[in-house]
Design a protein around this ligand. Structure first.
Ligand code: KG4
Ligand code: ZN
Length: 347
């Protein structure tokens, strides 16, 4: 069997085809970065229009790379939320039309659930790893920080961010530093030549004893540090940054990684983690990957890291989450799959 997935929740238009074992036969991602770059962030109306323009080509490419036509598709999955409503509607409407026309089931997928299971994907030549519950999932992206426990029949939220998402902190700090968008990858690269222990920065905690994250204090402290150094958003060449700036950015990255790994450690102490799956755009961060793997090795907890191509928004993860829902009978009539801008994990 083959499942086709469509992702249009934010600024990537993506279509993927997976087989019934979760092999990724194709995963085409068309980025709108250039369209939004002049505005320094994602403009919802531009995103919706760009999805409309990009989707047909992306769709054709995904089918042709998977060496199939629409007649070879048995199930359709599309992101139904959370995300930009106009953007979601483009992908979801296309998915509905395809499902109706072909008479096949449609699964409306929660974007965060897509991220959550993305670490189980192995790519083109290998079946996805079996999803065995319970496991813990940490989804860290530009819009979210969600720590959950995944059980056989439900997803239990444990912690989320009270304010900024970690990717959002990377993006805002990088923008003020004149390093462009998205901020995560540039800071990641610069941090490799900086000393992350040089500047003690506030580490994100909600501060009321709860497990929730908070990254706005850290972001504000960083913006202040940049201001003190006369850095005001004018474009800087990452290759020419002095060692003080490299140390500052490395310290900022260290603070985010420490906040995340500390939280993993407390949850492990409280309830025991059998296996941890990391995901989301920030899961591409090399220090986070390294530090969490080392944590797992020291605690004898397997830590599953997603392949980098499945960290940022992509349709392969949506198709895979759709496949799991389909197998678990989470399919409704196509007209019931409604787009929603808000859709917390586990609800
Ligand atoms: O998952 P994603 O594509 O979109 C959302 O659903 O939010 O995540 C994008 C986020 C951006 O904030 C980007 O800066 C961040 O992921 N990101 C990284 C890295 N690569 C992407 N953050 C830290 N280190 C990276 N290497
Ligand atoms: Zn995402």
């Amino acid at each position: 069997m083959r499942i086709l997935g469509i992702e249009t929740s934010c600024d990537e238009t993506s279509v993927a085809v997976l087989d019934g074992d979760g092999r990724v036969l194709s995963n085409i991602v068309s980025s709108q970065l250039a369209a939004h770059a002049p505005y320094g962030g994602v403009v919802p109306e531009i995103a919706a229009r760009a999805h409309l323009e990009n989707l047909p080509v992306t769709f054709e490419q995904a089918l042709s790379e998977a060496q199939t036509g629409v007649e070879g598709i048995d199930v359709v999955a599309a992101t139904a939320g959370p995300g930009l409503i106009g953007a979601l509607l483009v992908g979801l409407s296309a998915a509905k039309a395809l499902a109706f026309a072909r008479g096949v089931p449609l699964v409306g997928v929660n974007h965060l659930e897509g991220h959550l299971f993305s670490a189980f994907l192995r790519g083109r030549d290998e079946a996805a790893l079996p999803v065995e519950t319970p496991f813990h999932g940490l989804v860290v992206s530009g819009g979210h920080a969600e720590f959950v426990r995944v059980e056989a029949d439900r997803i239990v939220p444990i912690a989320r961010t009270r304010d900024d998402a970690p990717g959002e902190a990377f993006d805002k700090v990088a923008r003020r530093a004149g390093l462009g968008y998205p901020g995560g990858p540039v800071v990641d690269r610069i941090a490799t030549r900086g000393d992350g222990n040089r500047y003690p920065l506030p580490i994100g905690r909600a501060g009321d004893g709860s497990l929730d994250f908070s990254f706005s204090g850290l972001k504000t402290a960083m913006l202040r540090e940049l201001g003190k150094r006369g850095v005001d958003g004018r474009p800087l060449d990452p290759a020419l940054l002095d060692s003080e700036m490299a140390d500052l950015l490395a310290s900022f990255q260290r603070a985010i990684v420490t906040a995340l790994v500390d939280r993993v450690e407390s949850v492990h102490r409280d309830e025991g983690i059998r296996m941890l799956a990391l995901s989301g755009g920030v899961a591409a961060n090399s220090e986070l990957r390294r530090t969490l793997s080392a944590w797992g090795a020291s605690r004898r907890v397997p830590v599953l890291l997603p392949a980098r191509e499945f960290t940022t928004d992509n349709a392969a993860m949506i198709a895979f989450a759709g496949l799991l829902r389909y197998r678990g009978n989470g399919v409704r009539a196509p007209e019931e799959a409604a787009a929603r801008s808000r859709w917390p994990l586990g609800s």
